[in-house]
Design a protein around this ligand. Structure first.
Ligand code: SER
Length: 579
């Protein structure tokens, strides 16, 4: 079965059960500035899940183009992609759990109408319940008709509650996992199941969300006026399963691209080949939906995926036209389902960006020929060490890797340990305003973690007398509500007057208490940690830092976010002031 067959079978299966088949919406959401791209099939349907009648009725199905840049660093493993197709079916206040579960099971396992997957390899998770909604015993009762009860596991909201963001429709979900081990895992206890999932022995293949709740500002506020179903299944993963492959890049949409790379690469690595295959496909679909390379928003993401792909062609050292050949493969492969990929002019946009980037690379090569070292080529021209090594070996030269690594380490230490390092050398600006902004910087990071999640960490910083700047990992634009909440939190901490104190402790102890470290930075055995605490000594912030800081937060004034923007995929930047 090809991936096109699977897509068609899915849409036919749900059409037969009364669903209107919708065409995929554009990757760029219409009238929704809160996200750069559609990241799920339900995104274009949000107004209808909230109650507006849909012109095509209350049973819908689609294959929706999605881009998720948050996963970009995982691309290269067996299953993560930046672009993917999501198969989904929806009930807008019509059928609910009984039919949703029955149809998911039937489509996955039926040999005639569905995919004929082995039911003995299927495991199911359901919502365990919390203050927002009860344990989903109803879903368990339904599932028991199809899978043995000991293969149904209860998990918390973190796993089995789905919402597209902090505002809008949401609800508990039930997820289906498929065993991809050669011999099959058989019956598993809860702990064994969790371990198997962690070990990548199970792949999530479908999610049925029972969307009957609503979120506002990150909190579940109650039930919607109707009970919806929102399901989603990744076509590439399903295809890999049906085609009996162990990674998505062996599935039919990618295999020819991977072969083109294998055939022409002088310097083949599987991971680089996967990234190149993934990024070129994403670039094609973005350009087909009208995105052009630029320095911000969607255009910036496109620019990044093209440039990263071009760099990969250099690292892999493929023949000159390989990128174009891969794009042509995708155009042929997808033009029946997505005619927009065959539009005129797509290749020109790709080539123009490739050429533009090539000019930067060419100036880098000139520098290389003048004898500029690998370190400068990296920091000024963005040449990965592998590219410099390629250039060098073409000239019968080698790169001194050790010298490069030492310089890189020194560079990282100085930029990452940043302020701390400079203060020790006595070069720091210890002016009053700058010192205040240092403390506000710590408060801001703590507030970001509170509002956006504790996975947010600092990726860079810069403080002048006028403003602070922080870069942090987060995969989308912050909403206005989130920005307001972060400002409010920082100002509340300032006003309730917290103490700032510096303590020295062994590195291990500091790590043990969860002090915030800078990503990738190297620290000495004894470190300096700044605590910001209330009168009772409860710390709202603990950070590795050399200072200087104010002693008390009162007197910092009013904190304000001036700008929030993307600096790279998955990295945001905030500039903020105190007045
Ligand atoms: N919206 C849910 C998801 O993305 C189901 O489609 O997983």
């Amino acid at each position: 079965m090809t991936s096109s067959d699977i897509r068609q079978k899915f849409l036919d299966f749900f059409a037969k059960r009364g669903h209107a088949v919708l065409p995929s919406a554009s990757l760029v959401p219409k009238n929704d500035p809160s996200v750069l791209f559609n990241t799920a099939g339900m995104q274009p349907l949000v107004p209808y899940l909230m109650g507006r009648p849909h012109p095509s009725g209350n049973r819908l199905a689609s294959a929706q183009k999605c881009v998720r840049t948050g996963d970009i660093d995982d691309v290269g493993d067996s299953r993560h992609l930046t672009f993917f197709e999501m198969l989904g079916n929806w009930s807008l206040g019509d059928y609910f759990k009984e039919d949703a579960i029955k149809w998911s099971f039937e489509f996955l396992t039926s040999k005639e109408e569905g995919l004929g997957l082995d039911p003995a390899r299927l495991y199911v998770t359901v919502f365990e319940g919390d203050e927002n909604a009860p344990r989903d015993l109803e879903a368990v009762e339904i599932w028991k008709q199809y899978v043995p009860e000991n293969r149904i596991y209860f998990l918390p909201a973190e796993n089995n509650w789905w919402s597209p963001g902090d505002n809008g429709p949401c609800g508990p979900d039930t997820e289906m996992f498929y065993d991809v081990t050669p011999d099959g895992l058989g019956d598993m206890t809860h702990e064994q199941y969790v371990a198997a999932d962690d070990a990548g022995q199970l792949v999530e293949i479908w999610n049925d969300v029972f969307m009957e709740y609503e979120k506002q500002d990150g909190k579940v506020i109650g039930k919607l006026g109707m009970r919806n179903v929102d399901t989603g299944s990744g076509l590439e993963r399903i295809t890999m399963m049906v085609q009996g492959k162990s990674n998505v890049f062996e599935a039919d949409m990618f295999a020819p691209a991977m072969n083109l790379i294998k055939e022409s690469a002088q310097n083949y690595t599987e991971r680089d080949a996967r990234i190149l295959s993934d990024h070129l496909r994403t670039a094609l679909f973005l350009i087909a939906d009208g995105v052009t390379p630029a320095n911000k928003d969607q255009g910036y993401i496109l620019r990044r995926v093209i440039r990263r792909a071009v760099m990969k062609t250099k690292i892999l050292n493929v023949e000159a036209n390989t990128g174009i050949n891969i794009l042509n493969h995708y155009i042929n492969f997808y033009s029946a389902a997505y005619p927009e990929v065959a539009k005129k002019g797509i290749m020109d946009i790709f080539k123009a960006e490739d050429e533009k980037f090539d000019k930067t690379i060419q100036s880098g090569i000139k520098e290389f020929e003048k004898g500029t070292d690998a370190f400068t080529l990296f920091t000024t021209y963005g040449f990965p060490i592998e590219v410099t090594e390629e250039l060098a070996s073409a000239k019968g030269m080698t790169v001194d890797r050790e010298a490069f690594n030492t310089q890189m380490k020194a560079h990282q230490d100085s930029s990452r340990a940043g302020a701390a390092a400079k203060f020790k050398g006595g070069l720091a600006d210890t002016g009053e305003k700058t010192t205040q902004l240092h403390t506000a910087h710590h408060l801001l990071l703590a507030a970001l973690q509170k509002v956006l999640g504790k996975d947010v960490h600092q990726r860079g910083s810069n403080i002048t007398e006028e403003r602070l700047r922080i870069d942090f990992n987060f995969d989308r634009k912050m909403t206005d509500e989130e920005k307001v909440e972060v400002e409010r939190q920082v100002n509340e901490w300032i006003q309730t007057n917290h103490n700032v104190c510096r303590r020295e402790m062994p590195l291990q102890e500091a790590q043990g208490i969860g002090a915030e470290m800078e990503f990738g930075a190297k620290y000495p055995d004894v470190v300096s940690i700044y605590f910001i605490e209330d009168e009772a000594g409860t710390a709202i912030s603990k950070e590795f830092c050399g200072g200087p800081h104010v002693e008390k937060t009162e007197g910092l004034g009013t904190f304000k976010i001036q700008k929030e923007e993307a600096v790279a995929a998955g990295v945001r930047r905030i500039k903020a002031t105190l007045s």
